[in-house]
Design a protein around this ligand. Structure first.
Ligand code: DON
Length: 577
């Protein structure tokens, strides 16, 4: 006990305060998600004979109840799934779409900039994709009856669950009095909390309106009824049934844009994975409209040409090379990527080895100035409020899934009578067309708003396959930091030979082309490293933490399954057998 305590102290000093001793490993199956009740729901699905997709569907519905900040019915996301029997990888895109009335300049104010408050309220929402995505995943790849996978979430909503300290604090911040009422046009700068929307106050306040504390029970009766309808009538209910009518009438009342026709017409899409190889391992991610797969594959291809292992993961030269690979991959992202149904994207070329060799040849001993790649600036890093989970079943099938409402609690407004939050994903489009400026706006054409179009994403659910077996299942929240967090987990295992716990706990870095600076996670960086980076021309800054990569690493013989919950955000948990 004392030894374990000491080891975790040393680990925390070396990495970050989140570092943990090794957790138990598993031999059959595991679900690693950001919230313990949801991981347990997924594990129960596996114990009842469900496969990895069944467990992912059950976990996702449970997270929509127990992690309201990011788990969702009203948002969207991506799945990468590995079928062990056929050896095939499928990806599923259930990203939100722009409603039919959308236009490129719909969020512009009189001054030509974004309208104030365009990021909160019904009008910030795209047509949600999550429920269609989960239904499609289940119909194509699941085994257990649909209702069996939805009802555990319904029970958590109806009977309530004990909330964590993390959720208590977060809800208290969102609900504290003093918020401007959206209807009265208050002027508070932090407009856009749950407190600003009566339906959200009703859904998330403690019954006596006192502040929440850890261990209190959160009951979400309306959400429970919505889940009951979805369990009984299938995913379609959300798009054409009573839930669709509740969404459409809320939109009408609150000035939102999503109509019954938008909901009815929403399609989830199966797409080929974006893939490359890294030192003999197959790496699969999601392609456009997420940038995740392209950024990760391009960066890995660039880095494969260097011997990073010889220097070690925290050597200044490694940090420099990784930063330069990130810089170039994010340049690609900003210039070219958008919805592949609307813009032509040469994905195969972008993740090819010859393309990477050309990019790698331009990396020298000093930092490239981002400005020298192109005269553009892009948005700064976002917060940490998407959620990623990883699943492996006893037959070796794997699911990597990331989904989001975009910002914490999305548009912060709950659909009246339906009990779930809407996304504010429309803000992921380039909302000021043509303006790419020093404040971090990007206005390139590929990601401008159009009816029915999907907004560019950074979500990066990723699978690594070796010799026909899943080897790593990973991904993360964190806006633009997502591909880079995922890249570090992959490098830590594949290049530096770390186990899952160390690969997840080790400090991460981030460069996204613009702003032209390198973020370093935590404060454990030696002065000599910082000096060396400065001498190479890197501007650095510290961030407290980067991402939450709930990861599975499977030993090459398939016998040992490490489920590494990322303890940067509690209450993450690996539940398995
Ligand atoms: O899809 C995207 O890339 C963003 N909407 C994700 C937002 C996010 O990760 C926020 N924080 N974790």
């Amino acid at each position: 006990m004392v030894r374990a305590w000491f080891v975790s102290l040393v680990l925390a000093a070396l990495t970050g305060p989140w570092a943990r001793c090794a957790e138990p490993t598993f031999t059959r199956h595991v679900v690693v998600s950001q919230e313990g009740n949801a991981s347990d729901v997924g594990r129960e699905a596996l114990r009842h004979g469900g496969n990895a997709i069944d467990a992912a569907v059950a976990t996702a519905f449970a997270l929509a109840v127990t992690l309201p900040e990011a788990g969702n019915l009203g948002g969207g996301g991506f799945i990468v799934a590995f079928d062990a029997r056929s050896g095939k990888v499928a990806t599923l895109d259930f990203r939100e779409t722009a409603p039919a009335v959308s236009s490129p300049r719909m969020y512009l104010g009189d001054d030509g900039g974004p309208k104030p408050r365009f990021r909160a309220g019904a009008w910030a929402a795209g047509t949600p994709g999550t429920v269609r995505g989960l239904a499609m995943a289940h119909a194509r790849l699941g085994k257990r009856p649909w209702a069996e996978l939805v009802l555990p979430a319904e029970k958590l909503a109806r009977e309530g669950f004990e909330i964590s300290d993390d959720l208590a604090r977060s809800l208290n911040r969102q609900l504290a009095p003093g918020a401007a009422d959206s209807k009265k046009g208050g002027t508070r700068d932090d407009f856009g909390r749950l407190a600003d929307f009566p339906s959200s106050r009703a859904a998330f306040s403690r019954p006596d309106n006192a502040p929440w504390k850890a261990g209190d029970r959160l009951i979400q009766a309306d959400l429970g009824r919505t889940l009951e309808r979805i369990a009984a009538h299938g995913g379609d209910e959300f798009y054409t049934g009573q839930t669709a009518r509740l969404i459409a009438s809320y939109m009408k009342k609150e000035g939102g844009f999503v109509t019954l026709a938008d909901l009815k017409g929403y399609e989830a899409k199966m797409r080929p994975s974006v893939h490359t190889t890294y030192r003999g391992h197959e790496v699969h991610g999601v392609g456009p409209v997420s940038s995740g797969g392209v950024v990760i594959c391009q960066a890995l291809n660039i880095l494969e040409g260097f011997d990073l292992k010889a220097d070690g993961p925290t050597a200044p030269r490694t940090l420099h090379r990784v930063a330069e690979a990130m810089r170039r991959a994010f340049f690609t992202r900003a210039m070219i990527l958008g919805d592949p149904d609307f813009v032509t994207i040469p994905t195969d070329e972008l993740v090819s080895k010859p393309y990477a060799r050309k990019l790698a040849a331009s990396i020298g001993d000093r930092a490239t100035r981002s400005q020298d790649l192109a005269p553009f600036k892009v948005l700064p890093a976002e917060g940490d409020h998407t959620t990623h989970f990883s699943v492996l079943d006893s037959e070796g099938n794997a699911v990597s899934m990331t989904y989001t409402l975009e910002e914490p609690y999305g548009a912060r407004c709950v659909v009246d009578g339906a009990g779930f939050l809407l996304n504010n994903e429309m803000g992921d489009f380039n909302v000021v067309p043509g303006r790419t400026d020093v404040t971090g706006q990007i206005g390139t054409a590929a990601n401008q708003i159009a009816p029915g179009k999907r907004m560019l994403s950074s979500q990066s659910p990723t699978l690594v396959i070796k010799d026909g077996r899943a080897r790593i299942v990973t991904g993360s929240p964190g806006g633009r930091t997502i591909p880079n967090t995922t890249l570090w987990v992959l490098l830590n295992v594949l290049e530096f030979g770390m186990d899952a716990r160390k690969a997840v706990d080790s400090p991460r870095t981030h460069h996204q082309w613009f702003p032209d600076r390198l973020s370093l996670e935590g404060r454990s960086w030696p002065a000599a490293t910082l000096d060396a980076l400065a001498a190479m021309g890197h501007e650095t800054r510290f961030v407290a933490h980067q991402g939450t990569a709930n990861t599975i690493v499977i030993s090459p013989d398939g016998r040992v399954i490490e489920g590494a919950a990322d303890h940067r955000r509690e209450p993450a948990r690996a539940s398995g057998d």
